[in-house]
Design a protein around this ligand. Sequence first.
Ligand code: GUN
Length: 274
Amino acid sequence: MIIDWKEIALNIYDKIKAKVSLLETKPCLWAILVWSNSASIRYIKQKQKWADYTWIDFKLIKLDENINENELLKIVSDFNKDKNISWYIVQLPLPKHINENSVLNSILPEKDVDWFHPINQWKILIWDDTWLIPCTPAWIMNIFESEYIDLVWKNVCVIWRSNIVWKPITALLINAWATVTSCNSKTKDITEFTKKADIVIVAVWKPWLLKENMLKKWSIIIDVWFTVIDNEIFWDAETDSINNSWHKITPVPGWVWALTVAMLMKNTLKSYKK
Ligand code: GUN
């Protein structure tokens, strides 16, 4: 079965829009974009589109791709001090000459609706549902909820080790009583682990890493992201070989942008209400 994340995303947007329509003032989300990378630009366009749809104000600051790290840090510091800016994001990826961690670490945690600041990341480990969740792990958990997938007793294999996806999703799964195995590119025999998994979450950016013969029958596959090679999209799971009547799988290609951005709008609304 293909998991219809378009339907899930639209449902979330409509709920956010209904809630925003009842507010006296609109929440306002600011975004800093260093104008360089086509992935960042595509992402920002989605953020603008869905902010408009949900009636959240979206204010975008575009910076030249040659900006240096100190200049960007100065702008972040000004955003932190500005009382008119309650929440903002810095769009990733940033150009290679800028250290992403230095920038993320200098965003004021209270204004960080991406929830990427180390203090906020740490809060995910402790868990309190008044806090936010970074967007990608948030939509993965949302899929489990929308598809009525109970995580208790489940073996979940998470493949990869990034700050944005792996660390927070692992913590969230543990908090939800799943039994979690963590694999990465140096794992000796990934199949040994994926074969035992009821759910495989893959975010490796390695085309077609996951194949049917690596999976347990009836398992659920959450394929987080894709690689673009010569304008062609390659997902981490080789969907053509994976039998949809046995497995539940996120669709290829799909509405992954929209679902990720839906979580950002949800975080903005939640911060506004607080
Ligand atoms: N690039 C890829 N995912 C994200 C995200 O969730 N937030 C930001 N700011 N940049 C990203």
